[in-house]
Design a protein around this ligand. Structure first.
Ligand SMILES: [Zn+2]
Ligand SMILES: [Zn+2]
Length: 255
C-alpha cells in the first residue's frame, strides 16, 4: 500500500507538474511548441488518469514481489551497496534503460498484432493526442507486460534497490516527455549524434497520431535498424522546430 501511495504521488508530480505548466499556466507561451493543433478533452484526461492509477497499482505489486517477498532470493538484487563498486549504480542504470528499450520495442510490436491489439494496447491508443497523463494509461493486461521488464532486469544483472528507484523515476520522466504533446528539445540537439539515436516527443507523438511506426521507447535504434521508423519523422521534427525557433534548424547548420 505504501509502495502504491508513493508511486501514485510520483505519477501526479512527474506528470502533473508538466501538465499544469504546458496545458494551464503557460499554454500560450508554448503554443509554438505544440505538436498537434487540437486539444485533448477533459474526458481523455480523466480516462488516462484512471487507467494510470490501475497501472500504478500493478507496478507497485511487481515492485513489492521483487523487493519484499522471497522471490527476491531468486533475483540478482543486492541490498549491501558496497557489494559492488559505486560506479555500478549509474552503469547498471544505463544498462537497465537499454534493456527496457529493447524489451519495450518487441513487446510493443507484439501488442500491435491485430489479434492482440484490441484486447490490450487499444486503451493506450485511445489517446491520439497524448498528454503527460497518457504516460501510464494502459489496459490492465498491458500494465503487467509493461511492468514485467523489472523481472527481466533483476534476472539479468545485479541491481541495487536504489538503481530500481532511479530507473523507474528517470524512465517515467522520459515517458512523460514522449507524451508531453509539446516539443521541448533544444535547437542544438538536431545537429548532434544524440538526435540520431534518441527519441523525441515528436517521435512518440507520431506513433499516437498515426498508430503505425515509431515503436521505440528511449532510442531510435531498433526503429531505424528494422525500418519501422515513420518516413516523415525527421521532416515533421524539423517543421515543428522551425515553428518554434523561426528558422530552419536543419538549414542553419548547412549555411
Ligand atoms: Zn502503440
Ligand atoms: Zn504512448
Amino acid at each position: 500500500m505504501q509502495l502504491f501511495s508513493m508511486s501514485a504521488i510520483r505519477y501526479f508530480v512527474i506528470a502533473g507538474v508538466p501538465f499544469i505548466i504546458f496545458y494551464k499556466l503557460l499554454a500560450n507561451w508554448f503554443s509554438q511548441s505544440k505538436i498537434q493543433n487540437r486539444q485533448a478533452s477533459r474526458k481523455d484526461f480523466i480516462r488516462e488518469i484512471l487507467h494510470s492509477m490501475q497501472t500504478t497499482a500493478v507496478f507497485a505489486v511487481i515492485g513489492y514481489l521483487v523487493l519484499f517477498t522471497p522471490l527476491k532470493n531468486h533475483t540478482l538484487v543486492y541490498t549491501d551497496i558496497n557489494a559492488y563498486p559505486l560506479w555500478w549504480i549509474p552503469v547498471s542504470l544505463a544498462i537497465s534503460l537499454v534493456i527496457h528499450d529493447t524489451y519495450f520495442y518487441w513487446m510493443h510490436r507484439l501488442l500491435h498484432h491485430k489479434k492482440l491489439f484490441r484486447y490490450t494496447h487499444l486503451v493506450h491508443h485511445q489517446s491520439t493526442n497524448p498528454s503527460p497523463w497518457t504516460s501510464y494509461s494502459f489496459h490492465f493486461l498491458e500494465a503487467w507486460t509493461e511492468g514485467a521488464v523489472l523481472f527481466v532486469i533483476v534476472l539479468l544483472m545485479p541491481v541495487h534497490p536504489l538503481t530500481i528507484v532511479l530507473f523507474t523515476i528517470i524512465g517515467f520522466m522520459i515517458n512523460v516527455y514522449g507524451h508531453l504533446g509539446y516539443e521541448v528539445a533544444p535547437r542544438w540537439f538536431r545537429h548532434t549524434f544524440l538526435f540520431e539515436i534518441l527519441n523525441t516527443s515528436v517521435h512518440h507523438n507520431m506513433h499516437h497520431s498515426k498508430f503505425k511506426g515509431n515503436y521505440g521507447l528511449y532510442f531510435r535504434i531498433w526503429d531505424r535498424a528494422l525500418g519501422t521508423e515513420h518516413p516523415d519523422y525527421v521532416k515533421d521534427y524539423d517543421r515543428i522546430q522551425q515553428n518554434r525557433f523561426g528558422v530552419n534548424t536543419n538549414q542553419a547548420i548547412k549555411a
